[in-house]
Design a protein. Structure first.
Length: 296
């Protein structure tokens, strides 16, 4: 089995079709089919099966795809790490959750670039589920997000406080209150990020802890859109203070002083356990560590 065949299989799994994989790889469909057939012959079990007009992976194919993703990712990581160690230009491949990518990482990257101008930087921004997927597939060397997922191969190092606050339109009737019972906001419409978002997960945990069964929920797929929606009175939301500090300062949004908030969380540098961290990612990790609050 070759790396090329595995790479092709990863694309088939992602695209869900031979045609989609061929388009992603800029090759012909027969060459994709030939790679899949060759893997099937070598492994001895069916990897894909017909599904209407397309194909889907068999359980064996699903299992192979999980490993293939990591093998392909690890091989490209190995090539980059060796080039870097041999004096070649470094490449920091970073992935950040939406909130961190928008509000936390830019100043840190500016500092990193001024210290290490020779290192090329790519930052992919996605929600928590995307970020975890990129790390596991080794398509990123380092990630920044909320706490590491439980029972995963990902470890996390907290480097910055991440208070989460509940905000609403500036003239919300509760905005002047000094202490608000959680039950008082259960009747509000809650603006919630998309499934896969860490902020959404945290909001749902807060509801469960406080016994809040929200009367109505509106899913809105970005922090920016949620802030605009909250500002015009569409609902309340829980959000990282890093994402709303400008609006709280300008007065376009108000913080609701709900008991038990702000939630005290941290931003974490996330990386795969038992996996070498390429040099440029290590340099960025060191910069994050230098920011970590000192435990007293
Ligand atoms: P999110 O992630 O931007 O996907 O909501 C935030 C987090 O992981 O805490």
């Amino acid at each position: 089995m070759t790396l090329g065949q595995l790479r092709t299989f990863v694309e088939v799994a992602r695209a869900g079709s031979v045609g989609g994989a061929a388009a992603a790889l800029f090759v012909t469909e027969p060459s994709v089919s030939a790679a899949v057939a060759s893997l099937r012959r070598e492994i001895g079990v069916a990897l894909v099966e017909r599904d209407g007009r397309g194909i889907r992976l068999t359980p064996a194919g699903e299992e192979l795809a999980r490993y293939a993703e990591q093998i392909v990712g690890l091989s490209s990581q190995a090539v980059r790490a060796a080039r870097e160690a041999g004096g070649g230009p470094g490449h920091l491949r970073l992935v950040g959750v939406t909130t961190a990518g928008e509000y936390v990482l830019p100043p840190l990257l500016a500092e990193f670039r001024s210290r290490y101008p020779q290192v090329q930087v790519s930052l992919e921004v996605g929600n928590r589920a995307t970020v975890i997927g990129r790390l596991v597939a080794r398509e990123a060397d380092l990630a920044v997000g909320g706490r590491p997922p439980a029972e995963s191969q990902i470890s996390g190092e907290a480097f910055l406080d991440n208070p989460l606050v509940i905000v609403a339109r500036a003239d919300h009737p509760l905005s002047a209150r000094r202490s608000i019972a959680a039950t008082a906001i259960a009747g509000e419409t809650w603006l919630l990020r998309e499934p896969g978002s860490g902020t959404r997960e945290t909001t749902e945990e807060l509801w469960a802890r406080k016994g809040i069964a929200p009367a109505s929920v509106m899913t809105v797929g970005s922090n920016g859109a949620i802030k605009q929606a909250a500002a015009v009175g569409l609902g309340v939301t829980l959000m990282s203070k890093h994402a709303v500090s400008a609006e709280l300062e300008s007065g376009s949004l108000a913080q609701l002083r709900v008991k038990g908030t702000p939630l005290r969380r941290s931003w974490y540098a996330l990386h795969l356990e038992r996996t070498p961290i390429p040099r440029s990612a290590q340099l960025f990790l060191n910069l994050l560590r230098s920011r970590a609050p000192v435990a007293t």
